[in-house]
Design a binder for this molecule. Structure first.
Ligand SMILES: NC(=O)c1ccc[n+]([C@@H]2O[C@H](COP(=O)([O-])OP(=O)(O)OC[C@H]3O[C@@H](n4cnc5c(N)ncnc54)[C@H](O)[C@@H]3O)[C@@H](O)[C@H]2O)c1
Length: 331
């Protein structure tokens, strides 16, 4: 029997609904959104019941778990509501828009220990496994993260939500999106960021009441095992560069998330591998397997772990505001 999943939030949630159509171990059982048009469209497209209220969906449907794809500022009390009913929760990234909410949700999962996962899909890539295996056990001297995308042009053209213009809604480039790269770097290095010092800039969109986020952020990072590096994340360039470079004494390897590639040199030999995996699918299959077996060990990044990633991004945002180097709190 496949895991029966409800889906809350029908923006990006539609991507998961589409993926579920191809899974053997998971099935979309119902959809829910505050927006009736989105509910109608998805219910018709996927042939499942649609709801405007979460309570109603939970009362009427017999579910094993829920994919929570609301915006980051709509996590609590939904997380608690789901976990307290014993439902497994797949929560889209970032785990929350701010650290107090993330802490509250993490406590809810401690009170109600259901299988839970956060949508950091790059952890599930074969390319990430490849780099992790190549550098295992070797000191990493430099970790250089680059994320350039045209997100704010999309928001200006109405192609995505204007939430992205507001730091208090989407969190800005680092909390909304940079977390993906920070997370996969943490996963590969098996290490935590100890200190951050960040700056923000607005060259294209000046800060004003209707645009409250930095468009470019640069973070200097010191990792606990001594690795140094930085993260530059920009939302106003018509490029898609999403990569993490790892360098050590006898290797320099770039995990190119946009191209699903690993490139560089290892022990004097050229490395160039391109992968074809659909890691969104692998991520959902992994979640469903964990749900069916009730085995949290099958999850590559649970909510508690994702809070460490959020702590790095949120502390970097505090560093922009106060202008100083800050320790990243242990989570
Ligand atoms: N992993 C990825 O690649 C990826 C890509 C895009 C977005 N995301 C994440 O997905 C999340 C949603 O982003 P989006 O772009 O889809 O946003 P969106 O605003 O387009 O969609 C969110 C939907 O949630 C609904 N919603 C909000 N509160 C609700 C509630 N209480 N009950 C029911 N429905 C509710 C809204 O009506 C809206 O339709 C964000 O956290 C974002 O970071 C992840």
């Amino acid at each position: 029997m496949p895991a029966r999943l409800g889906l809350i939030g029908l923006g990006f949630g539609n991507k998961h609904a589409g993926t579920l159509q191809h899974l053997e171990n998971g099935r979309l059982a119902a959809v829910c959104d505050l927006n009736p048009d989105r509910v109608k469209k998805a219910a018709e497209k996927y042939g499942v019941p649609g709801y405007g209220r979460i309570e109603e969906m939970l009362e009427r449907e017999k579910l094993d778990g829920v994919l929570l794809c609301t915006p980051p500022y709509v996590r609590m009390p939904i997380v608690e509501q789901l976990a307290s009913r014993g439902l497994a929760v797949f929560c889209e990234k970032p785990p929350a828009g701010d650290l107090p909410t993330a802490r509250a949700a993490k406590r809810a999962f401690e009170r109600y220990p259901v299988v839970n996962s956060v949508g950091f899909m790059y952890r599930w890539m074969q390319a990430a496994d490849c780099v992790k295996a190549l550098i295992a056990g070797r000191p990493v001297v430099v970790c250089q993260i680059t994320g350039l995308w045209e997100v704010l042009f999309w928001a200006r053209e109405g192609r995505i939500s204007s939430d992205y213009f507001f730091r208090d809604r989407a969190g800005g480039p680092l909390v909304e999106q940079g977390v993906h790269l920070i997370d996969v770097a943490r996963f590969i290095l098996g290490d935590e960021v100890a200190r951050v010092h960040a700056r923000g800039a607005n060259v294209i969109h000046p800060l004003c009441d209707s645009f409250t986020t930095e468009e470019t952020i640069q973070v200097s990072m010191q990792w606990r095992k001594g690795t140094l590096g930085s993260h530059v994340h920009c939302w106003t360039t018509h490029q898609w560069i999403f990569q993490v470079l790892f360098a050590g004494v006898d290797f320099e390897l770039t995990l190119d998330l946009a191209a699903n590639q690993v490139r560089g040199r290892n022990n004097g030999e050229i490395v160039e591998r391109t992968f074809k995996d659909d890691y969104y699918r692998t991520e959902l299959e992994g979640f469903c397997e964990a749900v069916l077996k009730n085995d949290p060990q099958l999850i590559r990044g649970n909510y508690a772990d994702a809070c460490h990633t959020l702590a790095v991004a949120a502390t970097a945002m505090q560093s922009i505001d106060c202008g100083t180097d800050l320790p990243v709190p242990a989570y």
